[in-house]
Design a protein around this ligand. Structure first.
Ligand SMILES: Nc1ncnc2c1ncn2[C@@H]1O[C@H](COP(=O)(O)OP(=O)(O)OP(=O)(O)O)[C@@H](O)[C@H]1O
Ligand SMILES: [Mg+2]
Length: 1018
């Protein structure tokens, strides 16, 4: 595996913190550029991943790549989205804290692709059972469905997400994905009825028209020609070269069935999509100033597809219901009002159907296990990036406000917390100034005084409120704000670039002019009451759920669109704040969606507004590099005789010993609470160089020659089968060209990077030959030895095959030599691994320690107690502590296991005998403590209730019980707490919390409280 830090010599630095000239924006961009040109699209700033959209398929997302990143430390491998995914997964598993991955960047920067890559990574690498496989499939298949209904071709991106998405992936205690939940944010509904030039409506319309089967289209009354539909012609862009609507249609249909849509669901959903197209084609005529529908063809289809009465629908599309003095009157609409009503209906129908779709997907993803088992979560946020168009409206206002909020979160969680880390570790650093955008968030969202409040007030107040009066109100109330300006308030220069109906916000990411036209309407998002009434009568099952009758009787005016959005963002912030965040900052390299083009101006702008330089400056404010003690020690321990091969003492002392040996000067580093901080990149580089040299000498030292003849025979055999032909050619070539060897060698070296050609043939063969010879001399000596020489590029695959074969061979000869005792030991260890690996904190500590056949010998047990066993043979005995069921007093006891029962004895007395048949289950915590509970039926009078015990060899003891009682599947590993039943059915609770040392005591709430030290940071 490539060492991350040696890659620095090849293409720039893979972590910006290692840039010597870290304050220079030019150096930053140059590093991005260098790497981008070499297809290295990922670079870190500490733990933040910067990703540049390559606009081409790179071979870096294969299963092999996934395997390479699985369980490997963040910094050991080159930067990748998989490393972020894996890191979050491992933190979730080991620290038991929910995670979230926030993906940001402007439209087309690659956010959605990144989120899909993360999801695929989990689907492939996480453990799976049949049930989990279904969930994995559903999680993956939710994407094409949501993209079909929520994405569209825009000028910036052929597959632009027109809604925000936050998705929770839920994992059970084994780390398997068992469910998911999606929250959607503000779909751009206006696109249903209007698209800018060069843009399209949502993909699903074109997919249905292009891909729908003939009889389906006939049933829906649709023609196979998007040009026929008013809602699809506005952008004059029915076809896009990068999109294949026909094949996408098939993908979507299949995805719908995976998610659990039956044929009826699909039919009803498509009825709605078709009805929106028909609605767009409803044409109005003018009858003395009143709108009337000129042809009833569309209405006939609409009535059938929507499941409503055609006459009632016609009336609702041309009239408005007014309630005057308690009486209902139908007032005719003029042409403009009627078109408005029709479009409002289309938007409402589509928008609500989209929300229904998300709910339906959520139902199919929901974690079905109804036992009270908790799950952990990784959230993925893929939400619209900052947008600036020629003409910016209400949608851009909301989207950019959302970005302000996310930037605020980034500041809170990264910039602020980073500096707080320095503070808390008492490390001196230079505070970094960054722009805190809270002032802009307040300008938008503050109660009473913020733009949203002012907009709402204009929407709600009676009288002649309009977009322009809203603009005037803004001027009155926030006119003096440093980040707000209008044409009227602006200086001469700004006026030239602003319309009279615009206001400008100075966002953290730049200035945006918003045109107020349509703000009130979009914020009100009203649908005439009689249209709502018609939809409530719909026989279409989906619409029936989308428009329910209660809405009609609800007198309270619904919250405005902006207020709803503000509330949903506040909730999102809460969700994100409660999790451990990781960041992916996506950058778009050019505006023309081209591979290989690096537009520096565009990129500089994104680097600026994503705050990447600030991020880097904070990261470097004091120290370029930091690592947790265990990671640092693990990597460099071979450089110091005192820490090699293992350091037994405290981690901090080990690191101190190591850096002292390496000659670090005091000003070069600081030791924090759990991390070492290194000030200069060069200190790290020289340590890394020392490691490279050391690795080489270790490899030489470690080589133990296997039997030369046997290995040669093996090696030749493999080679003969795998590469016979190539080798013959190589040997022939070598022989033939022996005389010209030197000359060819030099020439070959010069041509070594070219495709195979006569000039480099000899050289390439020579490289292969020498690799094989080197391998022959350096074969690993046992199964634990993972060393393997680095192959030349042409032999990567062969080398991998050989490595596997060599390992198989070693495993085979190892197995052959195993004694029966050792086999028994290994069988028990295998069961322990199955039961506790990655589930109980002190399991790793138990691995190197052998299981004993018993911890109590004959002389340790009172003879009377032994007598009571009668003919039953004791299979295992261990001293335990028993906790009283009342006061939780600790009592020393012995636990004996026989073929039939577990027996608890005190000196000569048998205190309790639990027949294995009556052993209901065994509970143990996931932490490092030794407590466990043997559960017995509460109705069994012979029993005195469940038994709470503690063993110093808990892994061994429980493995033995599981084997003797044949209860391998009855061991429950619990997080948080264990319930048990005491005498007379009384319930007791043991609470487990991680802490610094082991403490077992009765807590004030009457529970038994166990604090267990963290042993493993994994
Ligand atoms: N890692 C990648 N490898 C190859 N191509 C990519 C990658 N990331 C993005 N792309 C290309 O860029 C296009 C746009 O990416 P994506 O849809 O993820 O952008 P986005 O940031 O989600 O934009 P929006 O905000 O408009 O939804 C993709 O359709 C794909 O063609
Ligand atoms: Mg997207």
């Amino acid at each position: 595996m490539e060492s991350a830090l040696t890659a620095r010599d090849r293409v720039g630095v893979q972590d910006f913190v290692l840039l010597e000239n870290y304050t220079s924006e030019a150096a930053f961009i140059e590093n991005l550029r260098k790497r981008f040109k070499e297809n290295l699209i990922y670079t870190y700033i500490g733990s933040v991943l910067v990703s540049v959209n390559p606009y081409k398929d790179l071979e870096i997302y294969t299963k092999n790549h996934m395997e390479r990143y699985r369980g490997v430390n963040f910094y050991e491998v080159s930067p990748h989205i998989y490393a972020v995914a894996d890191n979050s997964y491992r933190s979730m598993r080991t620290e038991r804290k929910d995670q979230c991955i926030l993906i940001s960047g402007e439209s087309g920067a690659g956010k959605t692709e990144a989120s899909k890559k993360i999801l695929q990574y989990y689907a492939v690498t996480c453990p799976a059972s049949d049930q989990v496989q279904t969930v994995k499939d559903r999680l993956l298949q939710s994407n094409p469905v949501l993209e079909a209904f929520g994405n569209a071709k825009t000028l910036r991106n052929d597959n632009s997400s027109r809604f925000g998405k936050y998705m929770d992936i839920q994992f059970d205690f084994k780390g398997a994905p068992v469910g998911g939940h999606i929250i959607n944010y503000l779909l751009e509904k206006s696109r249903v009825v209007h698209q800018n030039h060069g843009e399209r409506n949502f993909h699903i319309f074109y997919q249905l028209i292009e891909g729908g089967e003939e009889d389906l289209l006939r049933r829906l009354g649709l023609e196979r020609n998007p040009q026929q539909y008013q809602y699809l012609v506005k952008g004059n862009c029915p076809k896009v070269s990068s999109i294949n609507d026909r094949s996408d249609w098939k993908v979507v249909k299949k995805a719908l069935s995976v998610i659990g849509f039956n044929e009826d669901d699909v039919e009803e959903l498509l009825n709605i999509i078709a009805s929106v197209l028909h609605l767009g084609n409803v044409q109005y005529g003018d009858e003395e100033g009143n709108a009337c529908i000129t042809s009833d063809t569309q209405i006939k289809y609409l009535a059938r597809l929507l499941g409503v009465n055609g006459t009632v629908l016609t009336e609702a599309l041309t009239h408005k219901k007014i309630i005057a003095k308690g009486e209902e009157l139908m007032s005719p609409l003029n042409l403009e009002q009627a078109s408005y009503a029709r479009d409002a209906l289309s938007k409402a129908v589509y928008g609500r159907t989209f929300t229904w779709l998300v709910n339906k997907i959520n139902a199919s993803l929901s974690y079905k296990d109804d036992s009270s088992k908790t799950y952990s979560v990784i959230g993925l946020l893929d939400i619209y990036g900052f947008e600036v168009f020629q003409n910016n409206s209400f949608e851009q206002f909301c989207i950019n406000y959302c970005n302000e909020k996310l930037q605020q979160l980034f500041i809170e969680l990264t910039l602020k917390s980073e500096q707080e880390e320095y503070e808390s570790t008492s490390i001196t650093w230079e505070p970094v100034q960054y722009f805190n955008n809270k002032i802009i968030c307040d300008l938008v969202e503050e109660k009473f005084k913020g733009i949203i409040s002012i907009l709402d007030e204009e929407c709600l107040r009676p009288g002649d409120a309009s977009d322009i009066t809203f603009l005037e109100k803004l001027e009155d109330i926030v006119g003096g704000h440093a980040h707000f300006v209008t044409h009227k308030l602006a200086d001469g220069k700004t006026r030239k670039v602003m319309g009279r109906d615009e206001f400008r916000l100075q966002h953290y990411a730049g200035e945006v002019n918003y045109n107020v036209n349509g703000f009130l309407d979009k914020n009100n998002d009203l649908l005439f009451r009689n249209l709502k009434e018609v939809m409530c009568m719909s026989e279409n099952n989906i619409l029936n759920q989308c428009f329910n009758k209660e809405e009609l009787s609800d007198k309270k005016r619904p919250d405005t669109a902006a207020t709803q959005f503000k509330a949903s963002l506040a909730k999102l912030m809460e969700i994100l704040m409660s999790k451990e965040p990781s960041y992916v900052r996506c950058i778009k390299p050019n505006d023309s969606k081209q591979a290989g083009r690096f537009d520096e101006v565009l990129i500089r702008h994104q680097v600026k507004y994503l705050g990447l330089m600030e991020n880097l400056r904070v990261r470097r404010a004091g120290f370029a590099y930091r690592r947790r003690y265990e990671v640092f020690l693990q990597r460099y321990k071979s450089l110091c005789p005192d820490t090699w091969p293992n350091w037994q003492g405290k981690l901090a002392d080990g690191v101190a010993t190591l850096v002292k040996h390496l000659g670090y000067k005091p000003e070069e580093y600081k030791l924090g609470r759990s991390k070492i901080f290194i000030r200069f990149p060069k200190t790290l580089f020289s340590t890394e160089d020392a490691l490279e040299t050391r690795k080489h000498s270790l490899a030489v030292m470690d080589v133990v020659y296997l039997s030369a003849i046997a290995v040669q025979a093996w090696w030749r055999g493999i080679l003969a089968r795998r590469r016979a032909k190539q080798r013959r050619q190589a040997v022939d070539t070598i022989r033939r060209k022996k005389k010209k060897k030197q000359h060819l060698f030099v020439k070959g070296f010069i041509y070594r990077h070219k495709e195979r050609c006569p000039e480099n043939e000899y050289f390439l063969d020579y490289v292969r030959y020498s690799f094989l010879m080197k391998l022959h001399r350096n074969l690993p000596k046992n199964v634990l030895d993972k060393s393997w020489p680095t192959p030349p590029a042409a032999l990567t695959e062969a080398s991998e095959h050989l490595r596997k074969l060599c390992m198989q061979n070693m495993v085979w000869s190892y197995c052959k030599k195993i004694s029966p005792e050792w086999k028994h030991q290994m069988e028990q260890k295998a069961i322990a691994s199955e039961l506790f690996k990655d589930k109980k904190d002190n399991y790793p500590q138990s691995v190197p320690k052998l299981f004993l056949s018993t911890r109590l010998n004959g002389e340790d047990i009172n003879p009377k107690a032994l007598q009571t066993l009668g003919s039953e043979k004791m299979k295992y005995g261990v001293p335990v502590t028993k906790y009283d069921r009342k006061g939780y007093k600790a009592r020393p006891r012995q636990l004996l296991l026989t073929g039939n029962s577990a027996i608890i004895i005190e000196e000569a007395k048998v205190k309790q005998r639990i027949d294995y048949a009556a052993l209901k289950g065994i509970s143990v915590s996931s932490l490092s403590d030794g407590l466990f509970v043997l559960h017995v039926p509460s109705e069994d009078n012979k029993q005195k209730g469940d038994v709470v015990l503690q063993s110093d060899y808990v892994i061994e003891t429980l493995t033995k019980i599981a084997i003797c009682a044949d209860k391998i599947n009855s061991i429950n590993i619990n997080q948080g707490s264990i319930k048990f039943t005491g005498t007379q059915g009384k319930e007791g609770i043991i609470d487990f919390t991680p802490g610094s040392e082991l403490l077992v005591a009765k807590a004030k709430n009457g529970h038994l409280s166990v604090t267990a030290p963290r042993l493993n940071s994994r």
